[in-house]
Design a protein around this ligand. Sequence first.
Ligand SMILES: CC(C)c1cccc2c(O)c(C(=O)O)cnc12
Length: 451
Amino acid sequence: SNKRLTPIEKIQQSEPYRFFLSTVYGISDNYNQINAISLKEILSPEHGQLVRSAQFNYMFDIEFLREQYPPEFRLKPLLIVHGDSRHDNHTIKTQCSPYPQIEICAARLDIPYGTHHTKMMFLLYETGLRIVIHTANLIQQDWKQKSQGIWISPICPKTNDNTNESKTNFKKDLIEYIERYRAKQLQFWQKTINEHDFSSINVHLISSTPGRHTGADMNKFGHLKLRQTLKAYLGLENEAQYNSAPIIGQFSSIGSLGPNANNWLSKEFLTSLKQLHSSSLDSPELKLIYPTVDNVRTSLEGYMAGGSLPYNMQNAMKQGWLVNYLHKWKADHRQRSRASPHIKTYLRATNDEYKELLWFLVTSANLSKAAWGVLEKNNTQLMIRSYEIGVLFIPKQFSQTTFSVSDSSSPSFPIPYDLPPVKYQSSDKPWVVDVAYKNQPDSHGNMWDPS
Ligand SMILES: CC(C)c1cccc2c(O)c(C(=O)O)cnc12
């Protein structure tokens, strides 16, 4: 149908998953209705009377952000939570100086090369508290022609019984995440989260915070939190049938993963992703989705899209072995094959048909040790450099045994890209940001010469 949905209708029809892609400027409007939403629609006054909000992110354009709020909400208190990296510290203060209602919190980054990747909104309405966890920077370019992922919670009502936890432990996990900032300006929000009823939340929180996590903290963050959550909640009957079920990782940047797959990817990291009770010998297929040079060149933004795919040559040249795992970005069923991915997702399908999923994760975390953590000191500590956050969908929490992907009876899961993934052809190369591409012009007739 050609009906344009209102923000509230979009959220209602997204039930029970509440998982969206950002709207894309330049595709047919029909593909910007179902499970697609813009920043303005997320902040729409339709959802209720905003009291105050907090925006956790990496990159900010404060003027752009203010424009996305309805005029009547621009004077409400706003807390900006960013990394204290040189990259944007001074600019943030300058950008916010005209607005006394904007407070700034610089997240501590005590471990070198860590970043504040977390992208999250706290929206406090008179009717309750909404959490939004997503993958887009608060700059115009991130919300115009890219594929971004967004999870929007229900508006959780105020309660004086602070035990109103969700069946997924979301409230406790979110408070524990916030506590790790050890920031005064976040105390109000810790208290506010505690005062709201989270019982309607059906996703698990998977976050990362900088640190060398040991003992009881080891399973609280990073890939060990994912491992523990899958182990505890997947609860599959005769799980043996899934031992070789394929796993997909999809991301917009790649760290230094070591001289071969066994270093971290297919041992430590894959062990967490394949977590079933029985750690069987069959190793599932791990397929990785990351844009080719041609994906970027032919994208709606052209080579400029590659500016947000910061995989550098220094890392790429050390891990040629990775190309064998790589698959193209292809999202024809969402009309987003040319909307360059900035979303990051991980999933496990039941088999090579990819008709059903065992779980699905949308997160800020790219494929890197900095984001997911790396085991150290004989596996007694998990070292994480960055702040990350994401939400994990497990079928049991939706009274299903698997998520159906095809448009069959049960509410099919709105996957962001086409399945099964398509392998790189021999002529395909992964996009690398700091090399020149001057043989073929992009969709705007431009070349890419970073020097
Ligand atoms: C390597 C750094 C400076 C970088 C370049 C381009 C895009 C980036 C990005 O999008 C994020 C993020 O989204 O958190 C984080 N760093 C990004």
